[in-house]
Design a protein around this ligand. Structure first.
Ligand code: ARG
Length: 468
């Protein structure tokens, strides 16, 4: 008895001695996978109901198991549950606690392996996370659209190569991020769909000889299509080896992180004295311990930094599964710390981005002053020549000569005299200077996808309707 006691409680039958202390602490995952407890209990409840349906559990046994699992769920949520490292993971901790309360729980692991169990738990968890991310993205999108609307008349330079390029509106600029984050939203919907297939019943690798009903378990757990039909995985070997949904989640997080970090960088630039376009709220700025005048955009810098973490999670998942032989290998246990971290940090990041933006104010005058340089409409002047029949390549050169002349003389482009303009090209006849009118320049950009104020207003209205 004493020798047996030392062996592992759940799988120790064929062992003479239990695992070394070092092996226990090396191999345990309960310190991080305890987070799957709610999904694990949901999975066990569905599995027990199915086992009762096919006659493996009596209905009294099933009832006792369901009740016992509810008690454990309550203990865990109240912080009263004692997690034990020697029981390795969340699955065995819950099963062993249940068996102590309900003897019939010894039958619960019938036709189930931790391999299909953990795959199921993670898929359930991923579906929950995708929904949480979806809500967070919806909040960010609404904030961006509102900010665009309240700054619809603010004009600022748009940049390429971080050099002033052409004037745009703050609204058009912010709506670019709306496009990115709505693509992220779509991507997380796709991850949800990838996760929405039930692996339970795949067993350790090759299913089971017992008469289980996979579709019933899938249905009970909500692994269903839009018409409520159960979705079960189609290959038991793939089902226990597959970590695609987790990897896809990390990819979606990594790309969303890239979008957040680009937004963050724009905010860092805009809130610097050099740009002076925007002011972030006090609550999301920080000071310096040494320089009393400092007001730093730390929330945005941290957002920019988090992007690295999401990418690390993605690389982690890809490297972990690369070259792994089929099917389950213990390496796979280590998918969780990275996956959990990516989800936690993404939800935090989206909340911070939303809160910071909702308190951000634009300095209309500074934005306009920066956009007022007539050189930003040099392309419009080339277009003006095109309308007069000049091929664009020649027009580009002609305007280039004019820009060079203005630069040499140290005057704004539209301050050159008509004679000087004619000197650059004979097509610069009267009226060339009318191009330098921001209102006209914007009014000429009312084709779809462009920054014309009516087009942008339509986009804002469209997004408001979509995001309701
Ligand atoms: N804790 C394990 C994991 O997360 C559960 C599966 C263990 N399976 C096994 N055959 N050892 O991957």
């Amino acid at each position: 008895m004493s020798a047996r006691k030392k062996t592992q409680v759940t799988w120790g039958g064929r062992f003479q001695a239990g695992p070394a202390k070092l092996m226990l602490s090396f191999g345990e995952s309960v310190s991080f996978d305890y987070r799957l407890w709610a999904q694990d209990i949901r999975g066990s409840k569905a599995h027990a109901q199915m086992l009762a349906k096919v006659g493996i559990l009596t209905s009294a046994e099933c009832k006792a198991i369901l009740k016992g699992l509810d008690v454990i769920a309550r203990e865990i949520s109240q912080g009263k549950f004692k997690w034990q490292q020697e029981l390795e993971d969340v699955h065995m901790n819950i099963e062993s606690a249940l068996t102590k309360k309900v003897p019939a729980a010894a039958k619960l692991h019938t036709a189930r392996s931790r391999n299909d169990q953990v795959a199921t738990d993670v898929r359930l968890w991923l579906k929950d996370q995708c929904q949480a991310v979806d809500d967070a993205l919806a909040g960010l999108l609404k904030t961006l659209v509102n900010l665009a609307q309240s700054n619809a008349d603010v004009i600022l330079p748009g940049y390429t190569h971080l050099q002033r390029a052409q004037p745009v509106s703050v609204a058009h600029h912010l709506l670019a991020y709306v496009e990115m984050f709505s693509r992220d939203q779509r991507r997380f919907h796709q991850v949800y769909q990838s996760a929405n297939w039930c692996p339970l019943g795949s067993g350790a690798i090759a299913g089971t000889t017992l008469p289980i009903q996979r579709e019933m378990t899938a249905k009970l757990l909500g692994f269903v299509d839009e018409r409520g039909r159960p979705q079960v995985t189609s290959n038991s070997m793939d089902a226990v080896a597959d970590r695609d949904p987790a990897t896809e989640f990390c990819f979606a997080a990594a790309l969303c992180g890239v979008h957040l970090s680009r937004l963050a960088e724009d905010m860092v630039l805009w809130s610097s004295a050099e740009f002076g376009f925007a002011r972030m709220p006090d609550a999301f700025s920080t000071g310096s311990s040494l320089m009393p005048q400092k007001r730093n955009p730390d929330s945005m810098e941290l957002l920019r930094g988090k992007a690295a973490r999401f990418q690390a999670a993605l690389v982690h998942l890809l490297s972990l599964t690369k070259g792994l032989p089929l099917t389950y290998n213990r390496d796979l246990q280590d998918d969780k710390p990275a996956l959990f971290d990516a989800a936690d940090q993404l939800l935090l990041s989206l909340a911070v981005a939303t809160a910071t933006l909702s308190g951000t104010k634009f300095h209309k005058d500074k934005c306009l002053a920066a956009a007022a340089d007539p050189a930003l409409l040099a392309t419009d002047l080339a277009d003006w020549l095109v309308k007069k029949g000049m091929p664009f390549r020649h027009a580009h050169h002609a305007v280039g000569r004019l820009v060079a002349l203005a630069e040499k003389l140290g005057v704004p482009l539209n301050q050159l005299s008509d004679a000087q303009a004619l000197q650059a090209d004979k097509l610069f006849t009267s009226g060339w200077r009318d191009v330098f009118n921001l209102q006209r320049a914007f009014a000429a950009r009312e084709k779809s996808g462009m920054p014309g104020p009516k087009t942008v207003a339509k986009q804002i209205a469209l997004w408001k309707k979509r995001l309701k």
